[in-house]
Structure formats: C-alpha cells, structure tokens
Design a binder for this molecule. Structure first.
Ligand SMILES: NC(=O)c1ccc[n+]([C@@H]2O[C@H](COP(=O)([O-])OP(=O)(O)OC[C@H]3O[C@@H](n4cnc5c(N)ncnc54)[C@H](OP(=O)(O)O)[C@@H]3O)[C@@H](O)[C@H]2O)c1
Length: 274
C-alpha cells in the first residue's frame, strides 16, 4: 500500500487525483475525510496508526514553518516510517540549484536523514520551483506591471502538475528508483520580461528592500519574508536558471514526454489568483 502525506496540499491534490480509485493508495492528511488517514507530523502519535500496513510512503515536505519545526516534522515522519517497517520512502525535496535558498536547509537535512535511515529504499525528488509559485511572488499588479526584483535573472520554473505526474509514477513503482536523487527543473528559464509579455504587462523590477516591505504586507507569518526575499535574490543572481541541472533532461526522461509549458502554467495561475 502507498500512503501519500500532505494529500490536501497543492501538490498532494494533483497526485491524489492521478491515483484516484486505486485500492492500493491511501491519502494521509491532517484533517481526513472518510477513507483517509490522519497524518500530522506535529502530532507523532498520529503516525503509528497512519503508517500501519504501508509499504511505500510518499512524504510531501511540510515546509511551512521555521527550520526547527520542519526538521522536527520530517524527523517524526522518517522515524515513524522506520518503526512501522515501511519499505520505501519517496521524499519531495528542492532542486540542487536551490542551495542558496533559506528553505534549502530543511530539505538537505531531510535528505541526509534519509540516507542514514534504516529504511530499505528511498528516492529523492528534487523539485524545482513551481511556475505556480512564481505566479505568487511575481504577479502583475493591478496596472499590469511586474515589480518583483528578478533583475535580469531567470527561473527554470516547472509546472506543478509535471512534478505530480513524476511523483505518482515513481511512488507507485518505487523499486527501480531506489537510491536515486532526481533533479526536476523546467527546461525553459523565465525572466521578468517573458512573464510580463505573457500577461500583456510590463516589467519594472523594484529593489529587494521594497519587496521585503511589500512581503510583510501579504505573508501569513514572518518567517516567510526572508524566504521570499532570498528567492528573488537567488533568481536575480542567476542561480536558478537551470544551468547545470536542467541539461540532464531528467524531468523529460521521467515524464516520457516534453514538460508542460511553464509560462502557460504561470499565466493560468495568475488568472486563477485574480
Ligand atoms: N517547489 C516549489 O515551488 C514549492 C513552493 C511552495 C512549497 N513547496 C514545498 O513543497 C511542499 C508541497 O508543495 P504544495 O504545493 O503541496 O504546498 P501546500 O499547498 O502549501 O501544501 C503543503 C501541505 O503540507 C502538509 N502539511 C503541513 N503541515 C503538516 C504537518 N504538520 N504534518 C503533515 N503534513 C503537513 C499539508 O497537507 P494536509 O493539509 O493534507 O495535512 C499541506 O497542505 C510544501 O509543503 C513545501 O515544503 C515547494
């Protein structure tokens, strides 16, 4: 049996949709509906029952929180998987070119924890930043101007649905992927000018300082502010354009087709938000 954690999140829902109706798949979530299991890494007592009888866990990172919180969540999940005799754990991580991002630490910690685990098999899906996430941090304003401080930098954004497809495929047949670490970034890097052209707007990048002030007005929690500002900075600095990691074509190979258009996913997400 395959258990998918974080099943009601953006990525989890897409994966669950692909595997709907399969008797060998169960959804894990903090607020389960009938037929689902309660999985809350902040409440490790939920995990013994939650992981019972499970062969494969698809651990969707629970990255909303400070590092100490996220590390504790992932430790609880991996320790419970070890204890429950889970055979294989598939973890959704962050692409290698994201090492400069504040949220990379928790992902790399979790990868190390997996390598040191007693689990028989594990697979790391190093997901690139979603085109949908780009729509959240680089959306056009009411006048159509994108002011996100991306400079002349570009992001090898990836449609979240492609990552869901790869995750669903690997989690339902994990054995051939044991010990693999896959870099899953988009093939076409997107910069402010391309984003603006796609939404019929203009690109007038502001400063990181202005973005920090603006982020303070829309984030849910303070810890998100340095994460967002650091993301702009890494894109502007040219660290996330896919150079090096995209060239291997891993996403295309695992999909068995060309990746979905990231710019179309960006535009659709911008339209959804407005
Ligand atoms: N690559 C990117 O661009 C990008 C962008 C944002 C986030 N991320 C990372 O990728 C993960 C998945 O992305 P997403 O789009 O699905 O994010 P999302 O929509 O924010 O969903 C995250 C899910 O994590 C689960 N979660 C949160 N706290 C948990 C806990 N204590 N125990 C167990 N599960 C918990 C929740 O699932 P339930 O509600 O079902 O319990 C939540 O819905 C995120 O959590 C984050 O670590 C990546």
């Amino acid at each position: 049996m395959l258990l998918i954690t974080g099943a009601s999140g953006g990525l989890g829902k897409l994966i669950a949709g692909r595997l709907a109706g399969r008797a060998d798949v169960v959804l894990g979530t903090r607020a389960p509906a009938a037929g689902e299991r309660r999985i809350d890494f902040d409440d490790p007592t939920s995990l013994a029952d939650g992981f019972a009888g499970v062969d494969t866990v698809l651990l969707i990172s629970a990255g909303f929180g400070e590092d100490d919180v996220v590390l504790a969540r992932h430790e609880a999940a991996i320790a419970a998987a070890e204890k429950a005799g889970v055979s294989h754990l598939v973890y959704t991580s962050l692409s290698g070119d994201g090492d400069h991002l504040a949220y990379a630490l928790a992902h790399r910690w979790t990868e190390r924890r997996l390598r040191a685990s007693t689990l028989r098999g594990w697979t790391v899906l190093r997901n690139g930043l979603y085109a949908e996430f780009l729509a959240a941090i680089a959306a056009p304003g009411p006048d159509g101007t994108i002011t996100a401080p991306l400079g002349a930098g570009r992001l090898a954004a990836v449609a979240r649905d492609d990552l869901a497809e790869v995750a669903a495929r690997i989690a339902t047949d994990p054995a051939p992927h044991a010990g693999a670490v896959y870099e899953l970034v988009g093939e076409t890097a997107l910069g402010g000018a391309e984003l603006a052209a796609a939404v019929g707007g203009s690109y007038a990048p502001g400063t990181l300082d202005a973005a920090r002030v603006a982020a303070a007005g829309w984030v849910e929690r303070d810890f998100q502010i340095p994460m967002i500002v650091g993301t702009y900075s890494a894109i502007a600095g040219g660290f996330l354009d896919g150079g090096g990691v995209a060239a291997a074509g891993t996403l295309r190979r695992l999909l068995g087709r060309a990746p979905r258009s990231a710019i179309e996913a960006y535009v659709a997400a911008v339209e959804d938000r407005s």
